[in-house]
Design a protein. Structure first.
Length: 187
């Protein structure tokens, strides 16, 4: 069974230059041979992103790899995850999802699997796997008060602070393969 069939609403990804409907975007590496990651949230929540130390949010789950091997949006905002260590998820820390070049056995990166609960597993050419973390989602008490710039949102005083959580937790949707039905920061 292929990895994409192993998980409900899973997305197997290998990343390249955000080849969306607008073509290849400069934030992503045009020389990579990997495909984009296009996922969405089925239910409440926004993807958490980083823009030079500031958090940004979006419903649009169209990601690619930049020249620094980070998983980013077309605008260059880095996808944030809760990292894994020794099989445990650290929900107190956000990190940018990075593409490893190879594993400890020098086997090349082959892709990621993202399951419906947002667990991210790295796949390598030697068939080994490593869980790297879980997607970090956010909701807001007053989403209509977010500062909206296209498909990206920023927290405001009126929106109140983000409530961060994991896909599948109470109050947060699950992850599914493909684009969202509606592209808006205000669900």
């Amino acid at each position: 069974m292929s990895p994409s069939k192993a998980f409900f609403a899973a997305a197997v990804l290998a990343l390249s230059g955000c080849n969306g409907s607008s073509g290849t975007f400069s934030a992503c590496s045009a020389t990579s041979s990997f495909d984009d990651l296009v996922i969405s949230i089925d239910g409440a929540g926004l993807f958490t992103l980083a823009d030079e130390g500031e958090l940004v949010y979006t419903i649009l789950g169209d990601f690619c790899a930049n020249s620094d091997s980070l998983v980013v949006t077309a605008a260059g905002y880095a996808l944030q995850i809760f990292p894994a260590a020794n099989g445990l998820i650290n929900t107190g820390t956000l990190v940018s999802l990075a593409i490893p070049v190879q594993n400890e056995s020098a086997s090349a990166f082959a892709g990621f699997v993202v399951d419906s609960d947002g667990f991210i597993t790295t796949l390598f050419a030697d068939s080994s796997q490593e869980m790297v973390g879980r997607l970090a989602l956010a909701t807001f008490p007053v989403p209509s008060a977010l500062a909206v710039d296209g498909v990206y949102c920023r927290e405001t005083l009126a929106s109140e602070p983000a409530r961060r959580g994991l896909p599948g937790e109470a109050g947060f949707g699950t992850i599914k393969d493909g684009p969202p039905d509606v592209v808006s920061c205000n669900p």
